[in-house]
Ligand binder design. Structure first.
Ligand code: B12
Length: 528
């Protein structure tokens, strides 16, 4: 959801006063508070005084840009004020707004096309706001065609179906939802925005109505809103609605918002302090007193990872591995994929890559333990590592042809445990080192191990497990295989929580800390 913070609006009395008195402190505070609350754009409306509006707009922009670097949404009916604003902005702006009214088409559209701005497009024309969805869609379709002709791609457009208040027309919500659904169907690339709180105007307990409206609107295709970013209840609803609608893959936005205190039951009271600290750090870093400042460091999941450096040899591109490990911990899957490809194409050692990734998984696990990451992050990390392992596998296999199979090993993740990434790496390493491996998969019941041991007649059985809960099934599996008469079989265990002590407890012959260790154990037991 692209949030356009609505608070710097000169049609509100306090803001009009602040503009007139050049009270920059108040404007700056509103700017950074909305930024801290997660706004993506800040709406800038300098009021309705036609003579002063261009200068007021410039002053507002200058004041806001002194403290935040968000792109701005220039909100004015006055083309001169918009023009003045566009000269002042540091980043590509959004214009609020184009409509089907003749003077807007003649004045605003050319300006937006010339500056290639993003643009809010309203479903109204010189006859006012149409009462039916069909008429609104007619206007929107016409305006979208004009924007396309002027060179603005659909992704730059923010279509506002226009939300009127439920207090005067009980069908207001329905018309807005239907219009949103049609826009999403006919123009899938455009953004859909609206003034969320219009729906509740004139009603008591407005926030509740706004929340219900937001949840339904999101399900109809709304992906942006002009709203108060500091409204915690509304924030909760929008993150949760996107989550349950399945448009927040891996629950990334929701979980990140949770980590950063953006959602929850209590509004954060330390925002002013955190902002002041952030500014201090930024100023110190700009003055060269501190190291490089990056706003990304705010996210605990993006702390520096040193482990990759430790595992990479100096002759290989260790810096790339460090970046890769950081991307993995930061849940940036595309970056992980690109860096993996770049590293391997540049001739980096595949085993170092695996080791760096495993170390990064350790950090993911720590964040999970601290309640900063949750199951979706574990899953995404697992998927990323599985892809890395798949990319590494063919490179490890180059010498496979010369190796004759010289021993049989059964391996599986024990009952109740579904972690298989580590086990799969062990399987690959045993395989390329010449062992005939039967992989039983995950959550393997005791009886299946016993049955497989009877049929496959292995010299070694490897049990993998990452949970504390895996201890008992391991113990039972080993006891059952031995009880079935396979007394010559050696047992090795491995996986996250395992160690020598657990190995003794479950009655195994050895614990292996990694896949190489598994190979060494087999070498000792089978080949020697
Ligand atoms: C990815 C992951 C998941 C993924 C697994 C995806 C998959 N396909 O495997 C998913 C999301 C499914 C998952 C689920 C859960 N997980 Co999990 N998960 C992890 C995580 C982050 C990484 C594990 C991993 O794959 N590491 C990468 C491998 C390559 O690393 P490795 O250990 O170095 O691997 C080597 C060795 O282990 C060894 N090895 C492995 N097997 C064998 C076998 C033999 C015989 C030998 C010799 C060697 C050997 O060789 C490997 C290669 O070198 C760990 C955190 C961590 N630090 O380990 C938590 C972790 C294991 N999970 C944990 C938990 C709690 C869970 C859940 C219960 C969460 C929940 N609330 O639902 C569920 C359990 C589901 C179940 N029934 O199994 C806890 C376990 C805590 C505990 N004490 O039991 C951990 C430790 C996180 C934590 N710090 O709290 N998880």
């Amino acid at each position: 959801m692209i949030v356009i913070g609505e608070k710097i609006n000169g049609t509100r009395k306090t803001i009009a006063d602040a503009i007139r008195n050049r009270d920059s402190a108040l404007i700056k505070e509103l700017a950074w508070r909305q930024t801290d609350a997660g706004a993506h754009y800040l709406d800038i409306n300098a009021g309705t005084h036609p003579d002063r509006e261009p200068q007021d707009m410039q002053w507002l922009i200058e004041t806001v840009q002194a403290v935040v670097d968000l792109p701005l949404c220039l909100d004015s009916a006055n083309p001169k004020a918009l023009e003045a604003g566009l000269r002042q902005v540091k980043r590509t702006a959004m214009i609020n707004s184009l409509s089907g009214e003749r003077d807007r088409i003649e004045n605003v559209l050319p300006m937006a096309c010339e500056h290639r701005t993003h643009l809010i497009v309203l479903a109204l024309d010189d006859t006012g706001i149409p009462e039916t969805t069909e008429k609104r869609i007619d206007i929107i379709a016409r305006l979208i065609q004009m924007c396309r002709k002027g060179g603005l791609p659909d992704e730059y457009l923010y279509i506002d179906p226009l939300v009127t208040t439920i207090a005067t027309d009980i069908q207001s919500g329905q018309i807005a939802f239907e219009t949103m659904r049609c826009i999403r169907r006919d123009f899938p690339q455009v953004n859909i925005t609206c003034g969320l709180s219009n729906i509740s105007f004139g009603q008591p307990s407005r926030s509740i109505i706004n929340q219900a409206f937001a949840a339904i609107a999101i399900s109809c295709g709304l992906n942006s809103a002009i709203m108060d970013p500091e409204d915690m209840a509304l924030r909760n609803i929008r993150y949760a609605a996107e989550l349950v609608l399945g448009i927040d893959p891996h629950c990334k936005n929701y979980n990140k918002a949770h980590r950063n205190g953006i959602i929850g039951s209590h509004p954060s009271t330390d925002a002013p302090i955190s902002h002041a600290l952030k500014n201090l750090v930024k100023a110190m870093s700009q003055a060269g007193i501190l190291g490089d400042f990056s706003s990304d460091n705010k996210d605990p999941a993006r702390g520096p990872i040193h482990t990759a450096e430790e595992v990479s040899s100096p002759s290989l591109p260790g810096h790339d591995l460090e970046k890769l490990a950081e991307a993995l911990v930061g849940m940036r899957e595309k970056e992980v994929e690109a860096l993996t490809h770049a590293y391997l194409s540049a001739g980096g050692d595949p085993l170092n890559l695996l080791n760096a990734s495993r170390a990064a998984m350790g950090r993911v696990g720590e964040l999970f333990e601290k309640n900063e990451y949750f199951v979706p992050e574990l899953m995404l990390a697992g998927e990323m590592l599985a892809k890395i392992a798949a990319a590494v596998k063919p490179l490890l296999r180059t010498t496979e042809q010369e190796i004759k199979k010289s021993g049989k090993v059964i391996i599986g993740t024990v009952k109740g445990d579904i972690h298989d990434i580590g086990k799969d790496i062990v399987v690959t390493m045993l395989d390329i080192n010449g062992y005939d491996v039967l992989d039983l998969g995950v959550d393997v019941p005791v009886e299946r191990f016993v049955e497989a041991a009877r049929k496959f007649e292995p010299q070694v059985v490897g049990l993998s497990g990452f949970l504390t809960l895996a201890y008992e099934p391991m113990k039972e599996t080993i006891a059952a295989i031995r009880a079935a008469g396979h007394t010559g079989i050696k047992f090795m265990i491995g996986g996250g929580q395992m160690d020598d002590q657990v190995s003794n407890y479950v009655g195994a012959d050895a614990f292996g800390k990694d896949a190489m260790e598994a190979v060494k154990l087999c070498e000792r037991w089978i080949r020697d």
